[in-house]
Design a protein around this ligand. Structure first.
Ligand SMILES: Cc1cc2nc3c(=O)[nH]c(=O)nc-3n(C[C@H](O)[C@H](O)[C@H](O)COP(=O)(O)O)c2cc1C
Length: 548
């Protein structure tokens, strides 16, 4: 496709063309930089000059909530909404969890994962009458665990305490390394960040809800991202989504859509100039801007109901904070280790659409369905399996996939789990090859591809191209944390050969497309890499002073 010809296309056509041209194939990778100078990597930390800063307290690691409790609304009593509990929410979602060091290299890792550790996602806090902090819009600077006041509002003591978090993406951070495919990775990262916020809210006894009916342009305005003066000479950020944090039953800020003070705000109250992240960008990838434009908008459908699954059985004693702060991507797996079928089924159960974390974050019916490549699971034949996350998807997948697939439930599968064996086969070589020849896809216990209901959903509303990736990111995030809670480890996989995978499954149309891959097993750790504290030199308050 000629890039200049794109403007003649409708938004949906632009998305389809973008998706097609950013497929990796066995013959060629999607367009990206030919060389990378790692010393010229964009600054991973956005900050705003000329804003008042508030350093936040640390100590979320001490929260006692169990991981299972954090996933269950009402599982633990809600912490009072104050600046300290807000600090814990941010620490456990968008905060740093460690610095890593290897030879002369030093890099930060965070609670939310990111393709290539490039972290294009930025977070904005909207606080209204939260004790300890002025009303306004703040940018969260993860490097310092600090808030930068970008818009100061008048405090209204009579107003209830409310909290919202907005997410945005700096596409260039990701495009610097991944070129045209980067828009997909940015959206997957947003899905992970959404999941990270939902689980962090759960650790505090709170929940989180995506505000669906806010348009991208409105979002950019309330986050101050459309202010030319603030971003002059620096990389722009694209608004992605707004989440209402419900901190006490019956105080759902989602009902208010977004804080009144920014809607009727005073344009002169904005402060701060964004820092320049990459002074010497070597490439430009105009299709990212085009697909970003084509997917502006908002949700326009009706809310869906949760299906009736039996409640999850809590089994773990792991603390949520420990799981969240300990989450890492496995870089290598123990290829001798076999996980139990019970563990696999517990993890898959966590992907079903129930009114608990992270699925209660929105009202969308599931549109993304894992297809597993099982390598090493005790009591389960190696092979290809499917987990359609709603009943109609099973029929649609069956109609689209290879005619010789079995569609049989394995003998020992829990009755409510829609888990089907498609084919008994050793799929290690296929999995490795499909995933850009990465051994993490074949040395693990299982890897998977997430098939999104693609063409019908995106044709009806191109904005849903983003949301499908957010759903895939949420699945990935649930898998990361579920694996960690089981003493295993996962890794997101953005690099895979799209159509080669579709061919293996017999998919010949774009009704379904693979949007993200993942792998889970027992990790092998690299002892040469040292781990240092996330915030060296910063005091953690004594026990009893952390939000409980
Ligand atoms: C969307 C996405 C795609 C990723 N793709 C790959 C991949 O193809 N191969 C890989 O080894 N790791 C992949 N990762 C893992 C990242 O490299 C990892 O999250 C990052 O280095 C940060 O490390 P952490 O997860 O331990 O915080 C991916 C992660 C995400 C979120």
């Amino acid at each position: 496709m000629n890039v200049a010809a794109v403007s003649a296309l409708s938004p949906a056509e632009t998305v389809f063309a973008y998706h097609a041209r950013t497929k990796h194939s066995l013959k060629r990778y999607a367009a990206g930089p030919e060389t990378l100078d790692w010393d010229m990597q964009p600054n991973p930390f956005r900050e705003f000059e000329g804003c008042a800063r508030t350093e936040l307290e640390l100590g979320a690691g001490r929260l006692g909530t169990g991981f299972a409790q954090a996933s269950t609304p009402g599982g633990v009593s809600a912490a009072a909404l104050t600046i300290e509990s807000l600090a814990s929410l941010l620490e456990l979602s968008m905060g740093l969890s460690a610095w890593k060091e290897y030879g002369p290299d030093r890099w930060a890792v965070r609670c939310n994962p990111s393709s290539g550790n490039l972290h294009p996602t930025e977070a904005y806090v909207f606080s209204s009458n939260v004790p300890g902090i002025h009303d306004g819009v703040y940018h969260y600077l993860s490097r310092d665990h600090a808030l930068e006041l970008r818009y100061e509002s008048d405090n209204r003591p009579e107003a209830p305490a409310r909290l919202w978090i907005g997410l945005s993406s700096v596409h260039w951070r990701e495009a610097w390394k991944y070129g045209e495919r980067a828009f997909r990775y940015c959206q997957l990262d947003v899905g992970h960040a959404l999941g990270a916020l939902r689980y962090a809210a759960g650790a505090l006894g709170w929940s989180a809800t995506l505000i669906e009916h806010v348009d991208s342009a409105e979002l950019a305005a309330i986050m101050g991202l459309d202010r030319a003066d603030a971003f002059a000479g620096a990389e722009r950020e694209e608004a992605d989504l707004l989440i209402a944090i419900e901190t006490a039953p019956g105080t759902n800020p989602a009902a208010e859509r977004f804080p009144a003070f920014v809607r009727h705000g005073d344009g002169n109250r904005w402060a701060g100039r964004a820092n320049l992240l990459d002074p010497h960008p070597l490439y430009r990838w105009p299709v990212i801007e085009q697909v970003s434009q084509a997917t502006q908008g908002r949700y326009t459908g009706l809310p869906s109901e949760f299906p009736d699954y039996p409640p999850r059985r809590p089994t773990d004693e792991a603390r949520a904070a420990e799981v969240i702060l300990g989450r890492r991507s496995a870089q290598r797996f123990d290829s001798k280790y076999r996980m139990s079928a019970d563990t696999l089924y517990r993890m898959l159960d966590g992907l079903l659409d129930r009114p608990n974390a992270p699925w209660d974050v929105w009202n969308f019916a599931p549109r993304v369905h894992p297809v597993l490549f099982v390598h090493r699971v005790e009591g389960l034949d190696p092979g290809v399996y499917a987990l359609p996350r709603h009943p109609a998807a099973a029929d649609a997948l069956r109609a689209q996939m290879r005619g010789d697939f079995e569609w049989q439930n394995p003998e020992n599968v829990p009755a409510h789990l829609p888990f089907y064996r498609l084919s008994r086969t050793d799929c290690r070589i296929i999995a490795r090859t499909m995933n850009c020849h990465q051994a993490i896809a074949s040395d693990s216990c299982f890897s998977l591809s997430m098939l999104g209901e693609f063409e019908p959903v995106v044709s009806a509303n191109p904005w849903r191209y983003r949301q499908l990736h957010w759903e895939a990111g949420l699945i990935g995030h649930a898998l990361y944390l579920e694996a960690e809670a089981e003493g295993l480890r996962g890794t997101g996989i953005g690099c895979y050969f799209d159509d080669a995978l579709h061919e293996v499954l017999g998919l010949t149309t774009t009704q379904f497309q693979s949007l993200y891959h993942f792998t889970v097993g027992r990790p092998l750790t690299d002892d040469r890499i040292s781990t240092l504290p996330a915030y060296p030199g910063r005091q953690v308050p004594p026990l009893g002073e952390t939000p409980a």
